[in-house]
Write a protein that binds this ligand. Sequence first.
Ligand SMILES: [Zn+2]
Length: 346
Amino acid sequence: MSLTRFPGFIDVHVHLREPGATNKEDFTSGSRAAVKGGFTYVLDMPNNPGAPTITPERLEEKIRLAGQKAICDVGFHYGTDGHNVNTFPTVWQNPYVYGLKAYCDHTTGELLIEDEMQLEHVFKAWNSEKPILVHGQGETLSTCIELAQTFARRLHVCHVATKEDVEVIREAKKKKQLVTAGITLHHLFLSPADVKRLGNFALVKPEIGGKEDQNILWEALQDGTIDLVESDHAPHTKKEKKRTSPPFGVPGLETTLGLLWKAVHEGKLEQADIIRLLYDNPKKIFNIPDQPATYIALDPKKPYVVGHDGYETKCGWSPFDGWELYGKAETVVLRGKTLVQAGRLV
Ligand SMILES: [Zn+2]
């Protein structure tokens, strides 16, 4: 087996659920899933159920909990309900904060901003180099791009899922606007047949499009319109997913890297793309600090089956269960400390 070394990868979009929903994930299990998946730096989202990260106190609580429990580095995106703009200046100075997340279209959580005036207020108030991350599609996305332009804010568009949104982002980039974009692998890999078979277990926001959208998403990934891959790791218990109205989201930390190697295996991407999408661009866009003496090692050609040696995520399932992927992290070293050896967490 010949192992190749890579930097510890970065996932800028995860939901580690602590505090508020530690029945489905916490900083221990979520960071173990990250490390097992080849990530040494993750950025956690603010829409914790019942305890959204929209006050400096809640932010401090998360920083403390992650510091005690996480086995990799965790940074945070601050949240907004539109009423907490007066807390922005304290928060954007915090070195653990990497961006502001604005939920503009319906999804899981309580942070929806639907009023355009309120959204404008948020963009105006976030007077920081750190990006505003937006969950929003179609017209909402166009509004956010305009607001970012008006106030000269950096905008990161989360989980791009449709050909229309790709077009809007491509146009904005042509005009040299400060827009970046991320994509998830469930939007790239789950076919309409998979979505049908998985039912609630493929229910995500934004929803997974058809073949035409997917082809355009692959093109956008290859031509650089999309800057990075984000898992949007959103663990929910099997029980919750079986309900008649289940929560949106799927786990992704343990399958992102393997799916990207599958894309390399199939000739859709190259090895250099993986480093660009999971390290160089996330690091640059979110200004992630160096992690000295940190690396992962893997064999890009070695196949493995998802789920065969279990899951680290507390929710214990994956929409890719049973898929043959490639290049599982065999070694993970963070600041000189070995966290994964021979493919197992130590
Ligand atoms: Zn998300």
